[in-house]
Design a protein around this ligand. Structure first.
Ligand SMILES: [Zn+2]
Length: 458
């Protein structure tokens, strides 16, 4: 009896939280429900029934003519029916996907945050955790272009190749597949828009250095919203074409200033900002950009090493960029999106601190990553039709937490040790939240991840 009452109260709590959310979302996506589920009348009726049940749940306890036993039975039935209706309506909403990639974010980086954080981190809130075997077609240790290509297209390619298979033929990315499903698409990065990880979702080149070609391919990508840096590849080009003008001709609003980005109501825009807008290096690195043990030196390593606190004046809260840009992109992507949206977000500079073996920088970068993650988890909790997948393209630095004694319960700093200035081939974590997250429990090859997302996105 007590158990039943407790269950009912918990369900009532769930329903009261859910009702205000269901109504606008249902109305906003009415057209989608009609066409996608081919059951407009059914869902209209269901929503009507849901409202009736919800009101009755509160009115019934006030009825005096009904016996207590009857009330209990009716209340339980109403609660079950309301729950069923609400979950069916939520299920009918289109799936949104947020794919958050921490470049170089291995277990050492995640551990450095978990051990130094007093608050619950976003990682610890993950209902589902998996492992991701990184690796490219020709090496146990992948670089960012091949790692990004596997995560974006489901194909392992050769190190150095971006968005193309080992045969140099362009592959179809999960972002392109989302577009074919009618979803709106977005890219948010704290590096250049033409870097390896974002490029893997829309470009196809055999060298990441072809940034001019990648910028041109970006203009043909059909991505609705993109925020990042890297203006040079768009305007200062060997072919003298102004790619920002090309974007404007295609109907984009193009912003070169952070304030324009954060204040815009546009649903089709590209923000191409200064590097100092999208990433404030938290402190000057004490080491030079790492020679990557045979692999190329990533741009992130150069950026992390070129730290200069004096460049923070243009943007008062540069360390909040990734969180704010991600939420802005979601706000604009979710407008007029009857089929939902797909958003790829990259936190790129974790990799740089790994290359530079900079423990303090890595911890600070992971704190920024966590702030973004918490904001995204909050969105997923309010929009349960959203899948959030968090992983890395590879580990960088061979990072580990090293032994250091301290007085009881008084940790003093975190000491990280590094085994390389390049990438390593150790597995990286997957954290999954929201719709379909349970499919990410297990050990996967990097190339399997986009296929799983696609199966949930359908
Ligand atoms: Zn790297």
């Amino acid at each position: 009896m007590f158990h039943a009452a407790k269950l009912l109260v918990s369900k009532l709590g769930f329903i009261t939280q859910t009702l205000p959310d269901i109504k606008p979302a249902y109305k906003g996506n009415k057209k989608n429900i009609d066409t996608q589920a081919n059951g407009g009348f059914f869902l209209h009726s269901l929503y009507f029934l849901y409202k009736i049940c919800f009101i009755q749940l509160f009115l019934l306890p006030l009825q005096r003519k009904i016996s207590a036993h009857m009330k209990k039975n009716i209340l339980a039935s109403l609660a079950a029916l309301t729950l069923l209706c609400s979950s069916t309506i939520v299920y009918a909403k289109p799936t949104n996907v947020i794919y958050l990639i921490g470049d170089g974010m291995g277990f050492g980086a995640v551990s450095s945050l978990l051990l130094t954080s007093d608050e619950l981190t976003g990682f610890e809130m993950a209902p589902v955790i998996g492992l991701n075997e990184t690796g490219s077609a020709n090496n146990y240790v992948t670089d960012s272009p091949a790692g990004g290509t596997a995560l974006a297209t489901g194909t392992r390619t050769c190190n150095g190749f971006l968005g193309v298979g080992p045969d140099s033929v362009q592959l179809e990315s999960i972002l392109k597949k989302a577009q074919k499903m009618g979803k709106k698409t977005g890219i948010v990065v704290n590096t250049t828009l033409t870097e390896a990880t974002p490029g893997a979702f829309y470009a196809g080149v055999t060298s990441r250095k072809e940034s001019y070609k990648i910028a041109q391919q970006f203009t043909e990508s059909g991505v609705d919203i993109a925020i990042g840096a890297g203006l040079t590849a768009f305007i200062n080009r060997p072919d003298s074409i102004d790619m920002t003008a090309v974007l404007i001709n295609k109907g984009y609003d193009v912003y070169l200033d952070w304030k324009q980005v954060i204040n815009t109501q546009s649903e089709k825009f590209v923000g191409i900002l200064q590097m100092s807008d999208v990433h404030r290096r938290n402190k000057p690195s004490t080491t030079k950009a790492g020679a990557a043990d045979g692999a190329e030196v990533c741009l992130a390593a150069q950026l992390a090493a070129s730290a200069d606190d004096s460049d923070t004046t243009r943007f008062s809260e540069p360390d909040l960029y990734l969180e704010k840009a991600s939420i802005k992109a979601i706000e604009q992507l979710s407008k007029n999106a009857p089929k939902g949206f797909f958003l790829m977000i990259e936190s790129a500079i974790i990799d740089g601190y790994g290359h530079n073996n900079d423990a303090e920088g890595m911890v600070a970068e992971m704190q920024e990553f966590n702030r973004t993650l918490l904001a995204l988890i909050d969105y997923v909790n309010k929009h349960p039709n959203t899948l959030l997948v968090v992983t890395a393209d590879h580990e960088t630095g061979g990072t580990a937490v090293s032994y250091k004694t301290h007085p009881v319960n008084q940790p003093q700093g975190m000491q990280l040790s590094f085994s390389t200035k390049g990438h390593s081939g150790t597995v990286v974590p997957i954290f999954a939240y929201g719709k379909g997250a349970e499919k990410f429990a297990g050990i996967f090859k990097n190339k399997e991840i986009p296929g799983i997302i696609e199966s949930i996105m359908k």
